[in-house]
Design a protein around this ligand. Sequence first.
Ligand code: ADP
Ligand code: MG
Length: 652
Amino acid sequence: MDKFSVLKETFGYTTFREGQKELVDAILSGRDVLGIMPTGAGKSLCFQIPALLLSGITIVVSPLISLMKDQVASLNAAGVHAAFINSSLSESQCRKALEFAREGRYKIIYVAPERLMTETFLSLAGAVEISMVAVDEAHCISQWGQDFRPSYLKIVDFVDALPIRPVLSAFTATATRAVKEDIQCILGLEQPLVTVTGYDRKNLYFSVEKPKDKKQELLKYLMGNKGKSGIIYCNTRKTVEELHGELVESGYPVTRYHAGLSDLERKQNQEDFIYDRSPIMVATNAFGMGIDKSNVRYVLHYNMPKDVESYYQEAGRAGRDGEPAECILYYAAKDVKINEFLIQQQENPEMEREELELLRERNYERLRKMTFYCFTNECLRDYILRYFGEYGGNYCGNCKNCLTEFQDVDVTEEASVLLELVRSSRERYGIQAITDAAHGTVNDKVRRFGLDQNSGFGKLKERTVVRIRQILNDLLVKDYLSLTPGDYPVLKLTDRGRRFLALSREPDESSSAMAGRNAAGQNEIVMTEQNVAGRSAAEQDGNDTEEYRIVLKLPKEREKEPRKDKPEKRKETAEVKYPQLFELLRQKRYQMAQEAHVPPYIIFSDKTLREMSTYLPQTEKEMLSINGVGTRKYEQYGEEFADVIREFMRDK
Ligand code: ADP
Ligand code: MG
């Protein structure tokens, strides 16, 4: 057996994905590795394939019971003998597992980190040959990671206690430098091969919506996506409860998850979701770690999360099978407020006051970048990738912004009115007050602040309030203005905003600047924000002449027509030749999963069923040519699926 035949026969795949082959090769040659790959990239295979080829046993350390259970079920379905040892086993089950392990019945044993240094486990480790220790979710070892688990430090003691040092392999999706260094250093990886693959998940479609009525919008969305599995994330338990109730009432197969439910109910609901008994999950961010469900077709954020890290991690739970999936975010200004409040409430008794302040500041900054994501009119994927320090190219063709036709609207005049208003009222007021003043709305606040006496009062009365808000947002995104953190955010001019005002107030200078540029004809440089997460070079140079015009990218008017559910051009999900057959195969899979007590996607992924409903395999050879059908799975399930296909063909 070599790695290719294991890939094909056991897992049913014909080609390795990016990074997998290198990692497998390095491990097989006895070298330590660190694999940094985004969620869904296929890290498990990187240690599972060598585990099957190495002479001894592989110990996989994994943080969560549900993760272990899922992976072991997957392996068993593929015909690999594997087991897990954690606190969900009874004493006697545990003894049995260890006994089998000692007899060499398992090639792979998953274990919770707390178990490693127990006497029973150590005695097993001394009695068998251990070829590799694989550390999954390795960022748990770092205090810098979001999920630091002190018990992960035991891995080091465990490895030290072994008579022969096995190969060490570590895997994570977290790519920050601090975490990466911690993993290498604390685990004591020896000259590891470090592989970092791209963060891009091409099959994910990104979109930000700003619905007036989120609930209505959600119901509409669900109506258009019946039969699919999805996760709806909310930022409070209360919202989860509310939405869940509403959806139950509307007849959707939905369940819920948040930290306020009992352990038992959480476990039950999670299983209902994984087993597709309730394919829709409404949850807080407490849900998701350790969920490897591969056929999640959409992740919809009902509220904006606190930072891009959280967003990408949660959204990344869609489309693990590599098939098209959607990541949709519903934005409302209130979401920013709630997140600000939460940052303010952050307490940590172990931290000095200054440290805590610093932490808060960083969190505000992260929140700001998250908010900008909701307002950028540039490619959304590009925005995220840049945030993580990657360059994505400016057009992905698979996000809402890339698929919306925009028009450039010159708002230089409006922008200067607004910036001047902020300046002349001495940078003391927030978005609402400045908007009202510019629009010429007389209300309590405006009068109390004396804004009705300001010369800018009512200068934009021809513009709609919505448009004024859009321009203000754009000025924030483009860093002409900033908002102070806290309960009553106040608009402040940035250096850039000041430069802009100086230019527009000094007629001589600005007209000569204009003249110079008119001479250059169409070569005018217009600032469209390529990049908020990391500034463009031109901007850092502070090239003043560039800043004279402010152009807003707005969706073309036709967008206002009753919107179709999806933009026209985007890739459609189910590219299936015979959709009815796909449904039949899904039913078959569900029924078999019930009988075998495993989640449906462990039998075959959606992608596999989709290929079947396109290529109609009927013989063994044809079946084995389908992605995701390995020898073992063919033996176990192949014929039953072939039957369904044959019957379908006959009926046709
Ligand atoms: P990660 O741990 O990196 O988040 P997983 O190991 O859970 O990702 O893999 C995600 C999905 O990708 C699984 O359904 C897995 O079977 C599938 N997969 C992994 N490697 C391949 C491959 N080479 N070809 C096709 N599918 C793959
Ligand atoms: Mg994983």
